[in-house]
Design a protein around this ligand. Structure first.
Ligand code: NAP
Length: 521
């Protein structure tokens, strides 16, 4: 029997009373550890987080909480090697892809530590200028409306997807903790080990007050039932599970605030000024290949649809395919390998099914199944090489609605700008779109035109080709989330990311009180 990982709840480690769910190495197929949440006293654990953890955090200032985030960074940095080891075993990722998750999480914590420092020794935030409601000229006083943000007096339940066990935790926990709100994280089960280990390290290092950071691994049963009116739930995962969360009585009856980051059919758009020799064309090709390779396409932000002018369809197909053919795919332990595994056989199966579904309306431009895999047993491993599809038929609708969560993208030709915009909008709301053009005016207009359907629009003009942060990389400075199908959520975006964990209240007070409040912030 492999080790049964402990949960951390109620300020202590607790082992589930069941046999546990095994987690596997997706490349070698062996069982690694087990997780289990059977029999946990959730009600007491959630209350402990609310009362002990929440009170302790709210007794501190933004600056003091920023120092706590800084201390978490140190703990994580000290244990980085162990995290890379867990990632290669449990997620099957090559080192660079593990870095996106592990170092991406640490970077996000560090960013919020700095931001918190700049918020100073305060315990609340001022929201915008005061507005005058009434004036007594004789007395020289004004009655004003001043909005403030105070931390919510509840817990933040973070329900995460399997693809980012580290970054997915910290991109939510950093803004929550900085806001003064205790966190209970429920990681995606198949890769829960890394989340559990990070929480364990931080809790055992004693850098946070008891009850501020908890982890529950295994079944989600009963978690939503614990939520009370001042709690919040931040969910990342599929649209199907999002529906279950949204329709839970905690949300529908107790008005628990909910943020949903769901799936998305993201676009890359080469504008009509490009030709096959242009920098924009080259940037698009590079970015598409990168997004298919990194984490084997298991990123919510990965490019799924690639829009090119009709005249460039064949050339783009050839250029992307030529680069895909050079990627060594296989066992991440082999140094020549640049693209590792999907997280499980279940995911491999789901991606293969999704690919077959898309193929009913699309042609295959590059067939990954013809590549030989490095150092893996295909009967056991969840490894899959990238496949590029093409959808020339304007009636193909599946490509706009189907997210295949793996190394699959579809090239789509368009006639003119209006046609491209209409096709992009058929994704019904995405996390991100990237635009490639050498014409700044055309690029800025295109960005404005599709912004309504995207949480982020990433514009690559030749001047920033070497310094941009990547279509799929979520930076804490920029909003993450998207309208419609993408879930309608908002995370990160610097200080904006704190709003979800605060309550906004309008204070109607005399101007002098409003001034005192402002002075102290
Ligand atoms: P999922 O199956 O929806 O699971 C997400 C999380 O919800 C997991 O922790 C899961 O636990 C939990 N869960 C399942 N049923 C639940 C219920 N009834 N109540 C409460 N929690 C429940 O998604 P996934 O397969 O892990 O992740 C892949 C999907 O996530 C993709 O569609 C991807 O696009 C999306 N994603 C979106 C973003 C974003 O930021 N927008 C980021 C990453 C991924 P178990 O693991 O135990 O089932």
């Amino acid at each position: 029997m492999t080790e049964l990982l402990s949960n951390y709840l109620g300020g202590t480690s607790v082992i589930g009373s069941g046999a546990g769910t095994p987690l596997f190495d997706p490349v070698l197929g062996n069982e690694l550890v087990r997780v289990d949440a059977t029999g946990l006293d959730l009600a007491t654990g959630f209350d402990f987080a609310r009362s002990q953890g929440g009170q302790a955090l709210r007794a501190t200032t933004y600056r003091e909480r920023a120092a706590m985030l800084g201390a978490i960074v140190k703990v994580l940095q000290a244990n980085r090697d162990a995290y890379y080891d867990i990632a290669i075993q449990n997620s099957g990722t090559v080192k660079n892809d593990s870095a996106v998750d592990i170092d991406g999480g640490i970077y996000t914590l560090g960013y919020y530590a700095k931001l918190g420092e700049s918020l100073g020794d305060q315990t609340y935030l001022i929201d915008d200028e005061a507005a005058t409601l009434g004036r007594d000229k004789e007395k020289g006083v004004a009655f004003v409306s001043q909005h403030i943000l105070t931390p919510t007096h509840g817990v933040a339940l973070l329900i995460n997807a399997f693809n980012f066990p580290s970054w997915g935790l910290w991109e939510k926990a950093a803004p929550a903790l900085l806001s003064g709100v205790p966190v209970i994280v429920k990681p995606g089960t198949s890769t829960a080990w890394l989340t559990q280990r990070m929480v364990r390290d931080v809790v055992e290092a004693g850098v946070l007050p008891a009850g501020t950071l908890s982890v529950i691994c295994g079944s989600s049963a009963g978690l939503m039932d614990q939520l009370k009116p001042f709690d919040v739930v931040s969910f990342t995962g599929s649209a199907d599970t999002a529906k279950v969360i949204r329709s839970h009585p905690a949300v529908t009856e107790r008005s628990v605030r909910v943020n949903i980051e769901a799936d998305s059919v993201n676009s890359a758009w080469l504008l009509p000024d490009a030709n096959a020799n242009s920098d924009s064309f080259k940037s698009l090709v590079r970015e598409v290949v990168n997004e298919m390779r990194v984490k084997s396409g298991q990123k919510c932000t990965a490019i799924r649809r690639v829009f090119v002018p009709e005249a460039l369809y064949s050339l783009a197909s050839e250029a992307i395919s030529a680069k895909l053919a050079t990627i060594a795919v296989g066992n991440p332990r082999n140094e020549s390998v640049k693209m590792g595994s999907l997280v499980s056989r279940a995911q491999l199966h789901a991606v293969q099914q999704g690919l077959a579904h898309l193929k009913t309306q699309a042609e295959t431009l590059f067939d990954g199944s013809t590549l030989s895999l490095v150092d893996v047993d295909p009967a056991v491993a969840s490894v899959m090489a990238p496949t590029l599809l093409g959808a020339r038929d304007p009636n193909s609708d599946l490509v706009h609605s189907t997210e295949v969560f793996g190394p699959v993208a579809t090239l789509i030709p368009y006639k003119d700008l209006a046609h491209a915009k209409a096709l992009i909008a058929r994704g019904e709301g995405s996390l991100v779109a990237s635009i490639y053009s050498g014409d700044s005016n055309m690029a800025s207009q295109a960005a404005l035109d599709i912004a309504f359907a995207h949480g982020r629009v990433h514009v690559i003009t030749p001047d920033v080709a070497q310094i941009h942060t990547g279509h799929g990389n979520v930076m804490p400075q920029t909003l993450h989330g998207g309208p419609g199908r993408a879930g309608g959520g908002e995370e990160l975006g610097g200080k904006r990311g704190l709003a979800f964990y605060h309550r906004r209240s309008g204070l109607q007070v005399t101007q002098s009180i409003a001034n005192t409040m402002k002075v102290s912030t």
